[in-house]
Design a protein around this ligand. Structure first.
Ligand code: AMP
Ligand code: MG
Length: 488
């Protein structure tokens, strides 16, 4: 454990066309909301130091650590399907990267002050949205979904104006790279092909080295990159659909080149299964509704493909790379859904079984997490009524059940093994809006115990946590009143 981290900045080697070097803007009287020991360990950071005034200052952006060259990167993107031109890190500042057993990890402070890309914004993030991002990224990691992670959240009494006056906070988030589709779109839109190539080479050499040696696409590494990003994105979105995660703002500037879930804003985990659910109150057209996410991801990949075209050369190669989506996404989704049902081998009729299951859940608006967990317990030996009781129309469930039972083995030992696998696939705990809300309300009163408790539970969402049974229940009635918008 080093007392202070030894920073490098691989990204800054790209040169000034890609970023602006600047200092974070200090916040008064910073305090620690929560530090994540799992990520601290990963980065070799001492938790005591992190929680000390020096650590809090460092990760609020009040003190620049030795070797760190803070910067804000420039990108562009499509927002709600429309070209938005230049965006960039408007309130995120990259500190640099640190070594870890999983390779170098970049650390970015979100909410650490104005940058040249802040446009009309104030460069800040509020405590509410920072706690949501912190908890949700760790929840996704706990669920096995590729995501950026979070090291800590700090707060400050500094007022920040949103719909009402709130207070400032900073999340230190962590990923191997924060490069987005929008970084590529930025240089492509400006005809800066040299920089576009430089960025693509940086991403390939750092994160997709196999693209250099691939003999597909006549050995063109950029087409291979598009294919690899397509496959990773498809697999990530399949996992979103399987856990009922609604991202809320799938703009191309919120799409990670590494296929990580990034930029937690108006996200929501589904409660009752509503395929058309829109979690973002600002999304009036429902462009980012739950069941549109797979198509939107493809649309976003198409934008990336267009941006990479000057490097790929042949349009047919770009289209072929994108076609990967149409095989990987359904394959991954089917694998996820079969696992949720406890079925390890694909058989004829499975597609229909999955479809029927989702239709059953949609018709009854059955809770998408509790159903799967109780189904797992039923396979383990619990009474069928524990599942049946979840349905407004139990006869729908009765009509569905025989098809499922037919697909399961008859003997108890095999069923027990299946149930054990299902319980590692179907989480007991997800970050429902009301759980985040309770933790936020307490945090505003300087009681961070609920943030800590939720973090621990969500990092192990497949385990039983008997002291936290209340966090596995149905959402209370007041939960439907929580409005989640882009305001953060
Ligand atoms: P988002 O929709 O949160 O992904 O943000 C889109 C763009 O707006 C990005 O360039 C952000 O950096 C920027 N942005 C969002 N909120 C703020 C803020 N409060 N201050 C400055 N820039 C912001
Ligand atoms: Mg964003």
């Amino acid at each position: 454990m080093t007392p202070t981290p030894v920073w490098r900045s691989s990204f800054s080697s790209l040169g000034p066309a890609f970023f602006t070097e600047l200092q974070p803007t200090p916040l008064p009287e910073p305090y620690l909301v929560s530090a994540n020991s799992a990520v601290a360990d990963q980065l070799g950071l001492d938790l005591n130091w992190l929680a000390s005034p020096a650590g809090i200052d460092a990760f609020t952006g009040n003190v620049v650590m030795p070797g760190s060259r803070p910067l804000a990167s420039v990108y562009s993107g499509h927002q709600f399907g429309v070209w938005a031109g230049q965006l960039g890190d408007g309130r995120a500042i990259l500190l640099g990267d640190l070594p870890s057993a999983d390779g170098r990890q970049e650390v970015q402070l979100k909410g650490s002050g104005l940058t040249p890309y802040s446009r009309m914004g104030d460069g800040r993030a509020v405590l509410r949205s920072s706690i949501r991002e912190y908890l949700c990224s760790e929840a996704m990691h706990g669920l096995g979904v590729p995501t950026t992670r979070a090291l800590c959240v700090t707060g400050s009494p500094q007022p920040v104006r949103r719909e009402e006056i709130e207070t400032a906070a900073v999340v230190a988030r962590v990923a191997p790279s924060f490069v987005r589709f929008g970084h590529f779109e930025h240089f492509a839109a400006r005809g800066q092909t040299a920089e576009l190539k430089q960025l693509a080479d940086f991403v390939i050499d750092g994160y997709y080295p196999q693209c250099r040696t691939s003999d597909r696409y006549h050995g063109n590494p950029y087409a291979a990159l598009l294919e690899a990003v397509t496959a990773r994105t498809a697999a990530m979105v399949a996992q979103w659909q399987a856990v009922g995660f609604c991202h809320g703002v799938m703009n191309t500037d919120n799409m990670s080149i590494l296929g990580l879930t990034i930029d937690y804003g108006p996200f929501q985990f589904l409660d009752g299964f509503d395929p058309g659910h829109i979690c973002n109150h600002s999304d009036e057209q429902g462009r980012y509704a739950f069941n549109r996410q797979p198509n939107v991801a493809y649309w976003n990949l198409f934008c990336l493909g267009q941006a990479l075209l000057p490097l790929i050369g042949e349009q047919d190669d770009a289209l072929a790379a994108l076609e990967t989506y149409k095989t990987v996404f359904p394959h991954e989704l089917q694998a996820c859904m079969l696992a949720k049902l406890g079925l390890t081998d694909a058989r004829e009729g499975d597609r229909e079984l999955i479809e029927n299951t989702l239709q059953l859940l949609a018709k009854n608006r059955t809770d998408f997490t509790i159903f799967w967990r109780r189904l797992s317990r039923f396979v383990e030996g619990a009474a069928v009524d524990t599942v049946r009781d979840l349905f407004l129309e139990p006869k729908d469930f009765d009509a569905w059940l025989p098809q499922y039972l037919d697909r399961l083995p008859g003997d108890r030992a095999a069923m027990t093994a299946i149930a054990a696998a299902m319980l590692r696939t179907n989480p007991k705990f997800i970050l429902r809006n009301h759980l985040a809300e309770i933790a936020i309300r307490q945090a505003k009163l300087k009681d961070f115990s609920e943030v800590e408790a939720l973090l621990a539970v969500l990092q192990a969402p497949f385990d039983e946590h008997p002291a936290h049974e209340d966090k596995a229940g149905f959402p209370p009635d007041w939960a439907s009143q929580i409005e989640i918008s882009c305001s953060s």
